[in-house]
Design a protein around this ligand. Structure first.
Ligand SMILES: C[S@@+](CC[C@H](N)C(=O)[O-])C[C@H]1O[C@@H](n2cnc3c(N)ncnc32)[C@H](O)[C@@H]1O
Length: 371
């Protein structure tokens, strides 16, 4: 019988006193104040349920090819993105129960959920599998081929939104699909939903992954979460975030999504001007053509004595070349080089800052605000 401890007293969960399940047990929530912030999901994992369930129900029945792909995926530095085997088991069961034949997958990575789907649908079934990266899919493709189901996978490389629009524009695709699995950039889930509602037939199923986001969706508004965790998942930052958590510093990052100029303007427009002169240090390494505009805003956000640092201020040395002497330069490099050259000239003449141009890396310019 399952039991939980409360202040030394061991309570039986399934007893005549209580008909609550372990998950709903008050005892669990009384164990520690901190636990109030944790989701039921985390509680389950903490109690070792995941291992129990995996060992009993999942691993013994895992398809050999799925197992091989899972082990390959786990070794990848981004392996945490792969769908776990218990989720694959649920997907497989659902697809078979509903008799799905044509499906859409948004977010493929190495293909764990694609292979699961390919093994579950009939031999003449098809998966339109979409991912911005082909590189990840190529890692899993040999296993999908070995499993004899590669002919069911129609991989399309690129951002999912335009690919879904193209699918919709193709004759006969509206309402054609039985099932869609979405596991890509979370910020676009709402947009995917609108398109998928037209592509998936009435009675079909749309499945979205990560909809608990570590349980944070159920936390109170003032829970200590990063801006990122609170609002959305932003692809690039998402890749690094686990390492921030591991290093114990994620709570120091207030991630803000959006064009930097807008974000800086929002900071400047805050009530009481509380962000003005509030930052000791700024590091700028985004859209180079806007550096001069970032500079004007940062000079208000960073106080006298603070530092503003710009990256890539040599642009591979091209800033020292007059444009007419660089015929081999691409249009893009020519544009960035001109923007950086403009920034460098302005900083050199800017009496509001002390400057120092370093030749480390691709060029770093340090500005210290003096007035
Ligand atoms: C969590 S992984 C997918 C995991 C996969 N479902 C599995 O079971 O292993 C997310 C994937 O979405 C892809 N992705 C991110 N943004 C995307 C976008 N806008 N369009 C298409 N794919 C995207 C990433 O390249 C990554 O491979």
């Amino acid at each position: 019988m399952a039991a939980a401890t409360t202040g030394g007293e061991v309570k039986a969960i399934h007893s005549s006193e209580s008909t609550k399940t372990l998950l709903k047990s008050e005892a669990l929530y009384e164990m520690s104040e901190d636990l109030m912030f944790l989701s039921e999901l985390v509680i389950l994992i903490g109690l070792g349920f995941d291992q129990y369930m995996l060992n009993l129900m999942v691993y013994p029945r895992e398809n050999e090819h799925l197992r091989e792909l899972r082990l390959i995926t786990e070794k990848h530095s981004l392996g945490f993105m792969g769908s776990p085997p218990e989720e694959a088991q649920m997907l497989s069961l659902l697809l078979k129960v509903m008799g799905a034949k044509n499906t859409i997958e948004v977010g493929v990575f190495t293909g764990c959920s694609v292979l699961t789907t390919a093994l579950a649908i009939p031999d003449d079934g098809k998966i339109v599998a979409i991912d911005v990266s082909r590189e990840f899919f190529d890692l899993g493709l040999p296993v999908i081929q070995k499993a004899g189901v590669a002919h069911k996978v129609d991989f399309r490389q690129g951002p999912a939104l335009p690919i879904l629009s193209n699918l919709l524009a193709e004759e006969g695709n509206e309402g054609k699909f039985d099932f869609a699995f979405v596991d890509a950039d979370k910020g676009n889930y709402g947009n995917y939903h609108e398109q998928l509602l037209r592509l998936v037939r009435v009675g079909g199923v749309l499945a979205y992954d990560n909809t608990l986001w570590g349980g944070s969706v159920a936390m109170p508004d003032d829970a200590p979460l990063t801006e990122h965790d609170r609002e959305y998942c932003y692809e690039y930052f998402e890749l690094g975030l686990p390492f921030f958590h591991k290093a114990g510093v994620a709570h120091k990052v207030a991630f803000r999504r959006g064009p930097a100029l807008e974000q800086l303007d929002e900071l400047l427009a805050a009530d009481d001007e509380r962000h003005v002169d509030a930052f000791d240090f700024a590091f700028v390494d985004a859209d180079k053509t806007n550096y001069v505009r970032h500079h004007e805003r940062l000079l208000r956000l960073v106080p006298v004595g603070g530092a503003i640092v710009y990256d890539n201020t040599l642009w591979d040395g091209t800033v020292a070349l007059p444009p007419e002497d660089a015929p081999g330069l691409s249009e893009y490099d020519r544009m960035i080089s001109a923007a950086i050259r403009d920034l460098n000239a302005r900083l050199a003449a800017d009496e509001r800052v002390e400057v120092c141009q370093l030749t480390v890396g691709d060029g770093v310019t340090i500005c210290r605000r003096v007035v």
